[in-house]
Design a protein around this ligand. Structure first.
Ligand SMILES: Nc1ncnc2c1ncn2[C@@H]1O[C@H](COP(=O)(O)OP(=O)(O)OP(=O)(O)O)[C@@H](O)[C@H]1O
Ligand SMILES: [Mg+2]
Length: 146
């Protein structure tokens, strides 16, 4: 469990995670509305070098970032509004993994998640968040990020 006392701490955790991130990684961000998934993703994108705003990608569902803006290509994906599995096929996440890291909010909407995804869950406790992780072997040596 990692304690994140405020939004800045959550961004800082995302930035630390960015240092370990590689193309082909999938980071699945679980947590209720307002739990801090986009806040963590914003820190991660800043940690990869992105200087501009980080919009919540609810519409459009994917915000793609690529060098030289970011160290590696990343898709920031928010599946909250997905209703039909066919919409997921159109987005083409499987193919995107070949050349980018994926950071996915509302991964519950996927029929199945890749077994090698890093699963992070944010739970709300007032202004604090408690982050728990399910760490697959692919992340073993990279966890916890520092
Ligand atoms: N410790 C904390 N970590 C992250 N966010 C926090 C924290 N404390 C307060 N906040 C606030 O909670 C809100 C989190 O919003 P955010 O958009 O990151 O959530 P989300 O999980 O992406 O929600 P959604 O499911 O709607 O996409 C922000 O307003 C943020 O400032
Ligand atoms: Mg969000």
């Amino acid at each position: 469990m990692i304690h994140l006392p405020d939004a800045e701490a959550t961004e800082a955790f995302g930035a630390a995670l960015a240092g370990a991130l590689r193309e082909g990684d999938v980071v699945a961000l679980y947590g209720a509305l307002g739990a801090g998934k986009t806040t963590l993703a914003r820190g991660l994108l800043r940690g990869l070098g992105h200087l501009g705003d980080v919009a919540s990608p609810t519409f459009p569902i994917v915000q793609a970032y690529a060098p030289p803006d970011t160290r590696i290509a990343v898709w920031h994906v928010d599946l909250y509004r997905i209703e039909q599995p066919a919409e997921l096929d159109e987005i083409g996440l499987d193919d995107a993994r070949d050349a980018a890291a994926l950071v996915i909010e509302w991964p519950e909407r996927l029929p199945r998640l890749w077994p090698d995804a890093l699963r992070l869950t944010l739970a709300v406790e007032g202004e604090s968040r408690v982050l728990t992780a399910q760490v697959p072997p692919a992340w073993g040596e990279r966890w916890p990020p520092r």
